[in-house]
Ligand binder design. Structure first.
Ligand SMILES: [Zn+2]
Length: 225
């Protein structure tokens, strides 16, 4: 290997109050660094991409502030990425349909455990449309804030939004591939992540009905929203 490659290192371990498990659990403080490699050896660090706290039980990732402020919604970065990528998918086929907006709300709740009001969906769509960054530019920030299971959830969320409008368009297929590449998920891993969802491509209307079983349900915070 020659060139940049990202490495996730554990900066510390301990216990924290996991908002998803709603319990004290073991956790790891993960730091994602981009290194320059030559002849398969990490030569020098280029930059820190980001950091997060990972629960050892549920594997969800949280912003580092969750340690000092566990009552606060600790998945702000993950939720932001989920919203943005879903909005980009809604916009991929040109027109925005109401069922796609409803799909965003349903899937956001399943993936993040947080409600997404209709006005925030509309706001996100406007912002995503105005955001001229490529998916790969946008995902540079996301790479430092999610782990493997988080990336899989983001990809599945985007795919489910694509399926929810009744058809799986070529534009949507291309965008899903772009998202996977930007998240450093290769084709083989992408097939594994999306495999069971692909059976819905010819009966897309069912994907939302089955959403609760297709996405590992995050626990809904009490009194949240
Ligand atoms: Zn947990």
């Amino acid at each position: 290997m020659w060139g940049p490659n990202d490495i996730t290192e554990t900066a510390g371990e301990g216990w924290f109050w996991c908002p998803t498990c709603r319990d004290q659990t073991r956790c790891r403080h993960q730091v994602v660094m981009r290194w320059f490699f030559a002849a398969d050896r990490a030569i020098f660090p280029i930059k820190t991409l980001g950091e997060y706290i990972e629960c050892s039980d549920c594997e969800n990732t949280f912003d580092p502030e969750v340690i000092s402020d566990p009552g606060h919604a600790g998945q702000a970065n993950f939720q932001k990425a989920a919203r943005h990528l879903m909005a980009k998918m809604v916009l991929a086929d040109g027109d925005v349909q109401q069922q796609e907006q409803r799909a965003m709300q349903t899937i956001h709740l399943m993936v993040t455990g947080a409600m997404l009001p209709p006005e925030e969906v509309a706001e996100e769509l406007v912002m995503a449309k105005a955001d001229n960054r490529s998916i790969s530019q946008y995902c540079q920030d996301v790479l430092g804030q999610v782990n493997g299971p988080g990336k899989a959830q983001l990809i599945r969320a985007a795919l489910m939004v694509a399926l929810a409008d009744g058809e799986y368009h070529d534009d949507e297929r291309a965008l899903l591939h772009e998202i996977a590449t930007a998240l450093q998920v290769d084709d083989e891993a992408l097939d594994t992540i999306t495999g069971d969802l692909m059976m819905f491509t010819d009966r897309t209307e069912e994907v939302l009905v089955e959403a609760p079983t297709l996405l590992a349900p995050a626990e809904i915070p009490e009194g949240g929203g």
